[in-house]
Design a protein around this ligand. Structure first.
Ligand code: GAR
Length: 200
């Protein structure tokens, strides 16, 4: 099975969705490690409950961002990943990290990129007033949520939505999309040419 390393910063519901299927022989991938940028988060509890090894690499423990990025790279490399999945990881990974896992890092984002990149995709879409938002799974290429798009799904914005209600509905769709895309990548492979990414 393809070796998956999942990077997390928070609740870990996308991680949970991957863990729910990674034992299925037909899925083709197994979560072999979870790496967080902070201790004490639910995502780490989820990983530990599933018996998956974890590591924490916190920016504050390093002299600068470059040193943190190198430590993060090493912490992930230890697990020899075939694919690295950023699932609610709220920091940008650096060039050394991406060079170590070329075209092997994907990210899930709660908006229809290239609209509303960054840390507040749901809030920004709501304040813009869009009537449809959604989620995107992309290949990470060093820009802020700017890499080639692998898959997207739309979610209507309802008149009474606030940020939590819309984010919750997006996350239901997002979990399904992420599991689908990750499974297809580990089973069929991923090629990236410029702005275009293709599975299989
Ligand atoms: C997800 O909606 C993910 O798309 C978002 O954080 C949430 C994490 O949920 N990520 C970003 O906004 C990255 N720019 P989870 O911790 O329950 O998986």
């Amino acid at each position: 099975a393809g070796r998956l390393v999942v990077l997390v910063s928070g609740t870990g519901s996308n991680l949970e969705a991957l863990l729910a299927v990674h034992g299925d022989p037909g899925f083709g991938g197994r979560v072999v490690g979870v790496v967080a940028d902070r201790p004490g988060i639910r995502a780490l509890d989820i990983a530990q409950a599933a018996g998956v090894p974890t590591a924490v690499v916190a920016l504050g423990d390093f002299a600068d961002r470059a040193a943190w990025d190198l430590a993060l790279t090493e912490a992930v490399a230890v697990f020899s990943p075939d694919l690295v999945v950023l699932a609610g990881f709220m920091k940008l990974v650096g060039r050394p990290f991406l060079d170590r896992f070329p075209d092997r890092v994907v990210n899930t984002h709660p908006a229809l990129l290239p609209a509303f990149p960054g840390a507040h995709g749901v809030r920004d879409a709501l304040s813009y007033g869009v009537k449809v938002s959604g989620c995107s799974v992309i290949v990470v290429d060093g820009g802020v949520d700017a890499g080639p798009i692998l898959a997207q799904d739309a979610v209507p914005v309802l008149p009474d939505d606030d940020e939590p209600s819309l984010h919750e509905r997006i996350k239901v769709v997002e979990r399904r999309l992420l599991v689908d895309v990750v499974g297809r990548i580990v089973r069929e492979g991923l090629t990236v040419e410029g702005r275009h990414a293709r599975i299989g």
